[in-house]
Design a protein around this ligand. Structure first.
Ligand code: 5GP
Length: 195
């Protein structure tokens, strides 16, 4: 998605070897017009899929997920993160390891908001090693719901998340695909992408 790639080039900051900071428009300050355009783009990319619910994880997935929900006219549910897990009967839950923060988070969602009739689109801000998405897929399995696809705002293709999801035959769409960071600059997988 051209608009997003331009924004990453303009405002993204490469931190160390493999982290991109985008707190100017996605992870802290949020650009609602860009979010709305991304929601419409996910709608176009998953056209025809019978999606009944958008699922994400707090907090950075919420903005793109809500605008996707608006485009699809379906509710949005975000999994909550907890440091320690007290197992509760009324929750679905999974453990997610964060490579960026080097901690285990437990994520959970109420059984009230996901069930076997749901056809789910997972949305998240980044796809790196795939742990966050895997956790959400576990929760979807527990609910007996059906996964329709995974929509990612920024994918880092040099980390292993995409491969894991491809191996499982999951329909993944990423709005920006980063091939590498070179001397602190972002290199996109397809710099000529006209989307
Ligand atoms: P994964 O579980 O795929 O390894 O990482 C996904 C989660 O880690 C995302 O939800 C995001 O919050 C965070 N993350 C991973 N890589 C980056 C990055 O380069 N920049 C930022 N800002 N967050 C990241």
């Amino acid at each position: 998605m051209r608009l997003l790639e331009e924004r990453i080039k303009k405002d993204g900051q490469v931190l160390g070897e493999d982290v991109l900071k985008v707190d100017n428009f996605l992870n802290h300050q949020v650009d609602p017009e860009l979010m709305a355009a991304m929601g419409e783009e996910f709608k176009r990319l998953f056209e025809g899929a019978p999606i009944t619910k958008i699922l994400t994880v707090e907090s950075s997935g919420i903005a793109p997920a809500v605008f996707s929900g608006l485009a699809f006219h379906v509710p949005v549910v975000f999994a909550r993160k907890h440091k320690s897990l007290t197992l509760q009967d009324n929750m679905y839950s999974a453990t997610v390891y964060s490579y960026t923060k080097k901690v285990n988070n437990h994520i959970s969602i109420s059984k009230k908001f996901l069930n076997e009739n749901d056809r789910v689109l997972v949305i998240d801000d980044f796809l790196a090693n795939g742990q966050a998405v895997e956790g959400l897929l576990e929760v979807i399995d527990q609910a007996g719901a059906q996964l329709e696809g995974v929509g990612i705002v920024i994918e880092k293709t040099f980390q292993k998340g995409r491969e894991l999801l491809d191996q499982r035959g999951i329909h993944v769409e990423s709005l920006a695909r980063i091939a590498a960071f070179e001397q602190g600059e972002v290199v996109f997988l397809d710099e000529n992408n006209e989307n």
